[in-house]
Design a protein around this ligand. Structure first.
Ligand code: PEP
Ligand code: MN
Length: 336
């Protein structure tokens, strides 16, 4: 349920509404918009329908949210959410890019690519230190050593860092090094992990599950917001279809659709969506045209030698070229 407070509601009036709802077992999520305060109240639907909150002083209107996701919904918050990662704003006036290798391999590789990302005009550095691999025999990541390399690359370039966390035990460790925690596709419905990253208070990049519907994806985001962590960015990274020429199928319709259903920023990962570096540029352009707030792009100093996802990674030259080529598209949507 959403309780919209009047523009001039006093703090006593707000407290009275909160007190009444909390007394009935509702959890309150206050959302301060530009103009007015909205109280998200999550609790028993039957009690919610029987309440006469509109008669409380300071209450403008009360709305029941019929959708299963509540706090992530546009009904709960009309304005776009801006998620801050370091000094970078995701969901604001600019389309941002997060670039870097699939996996952190060694310090030289990380520093090299971090400088390339910076020079190319990228905003956030990515790189996996904990890798969720399909095969248990494949490179699993450098773990804490990798996190230290990411932190050094941040020191070197000033770029904030996003990196994946794959289990609850490591959330604290990863949060000590990273500016943003990534929850990968394979873990989109790992509910204890979602709660743990929610409780960490860090910005979260939540990738869409391999075969997740948009509603399931939004429900996973709801888990994070339910822990009072509103700093969630959704990442469309392709879904599994019958097509085999591409690694996944980029669901470009998810961008405008999710942005209409939710106030959270949406970014697109054309690298995992296609599995083919040659398709990254056209799909990055399509993502901008569709209204994406950012791009997640894999890049490696020497893609043929990459330990992970080399076939979809851009070389330094191709990354610089792409970020340059995107400029007219960013101008066209007035977000540069
Ligand atoms: C990644 O970003 O490196 C990754 C493993 O992505 P996904 O979870 O989308 O497969
Ligand atoms: Mn990858």
């Amino acid at each position: 349920m959403i309780v919209v407070m009047k523009l001039d509601a006093s703090s006593q009036e707000v407290d009275a509404v909160k007190g009444r709802l909390e007394g009935l077992g509702f959890k309150i999520h206050p959302i301060q918009g530009v103009k007015r305060l909205v109280l998200g109240a999550v609790g028993d639907r039957k009690i919610a329908t029987s309440l006469n909150l509109e008669s409380f002083p300071g209450v403008e209107k009360v709305m029941l949210i019929m959708k299963p996701y509540k706090m992530v919904s546009r009904d709960a918050k009309e304005e776009d959410t801006i998620v801050k990662v370091g000094d970078v704003e995701i969901g604001g006036s600019k389309v941002i890019s997060m670039c870097g290798p699939c996996a952190v391999e060694n310090e030289e590789q990380m520093i090299h690519i971090a400088r390339v990302v910076k020079e190319a005009g990228g905003h956030i550095l990515r790189g996996g230190a904990f890798k969720p691999r399909t095969s248990p025999y494949a490179f699993q990541g450098l773990e804490e050593e990798g996190l230290k390399m990411l932190a050094r690359a941040r020191e070197e370039t000033g770029l904030p860092v996003v990196t994946e966390v794959i289990n609850t035990q490591d959330v604290e460790l990863v949060a000590n090094y990273a500016d943003m925690l990534q929850v990968g596709s394979r873990n989109m419905q790992n509910y204890s992990l979602l709660k743990a990253v929610g409780m960490s208070g860090k910005p979260v990049l939540l990738k869409r599950g391999l075969s997740a519907t948009m509603e399931e994806w939004l429900m996973s985001a709801e888990y994070i917001l339910a822990e009072d962590n509103y700093n969630v960015v959704l990442c469309e990274r392709g879904i599994r279809t019958f097509e085999t020429y591409t690694r996944n199928t980029l669901d470009i319709s998810a961008v405008p659709l999710i942005k209409s259903l939710s106030h959270l920023p949406v970014v697109v990962d054309p690298s995992h969506a296609t599995g083919n570096w040659k398709l990254v540029a056209p799909l990055a352009k399509a993502a901008i045209a569709a209204g994406a707030d950012g791009l997640l792009i894999e890049a490696h100093p020497n893609p043929p030698e990459a330990l992970c996802d080399g076939e979809q990674s851009l070389s330094p030259r191709n990354l610089k070229r792409l970020l340059g080529d995107l400029k007219p598209f960013l101008k066209a949507v007035d977000r540069y």
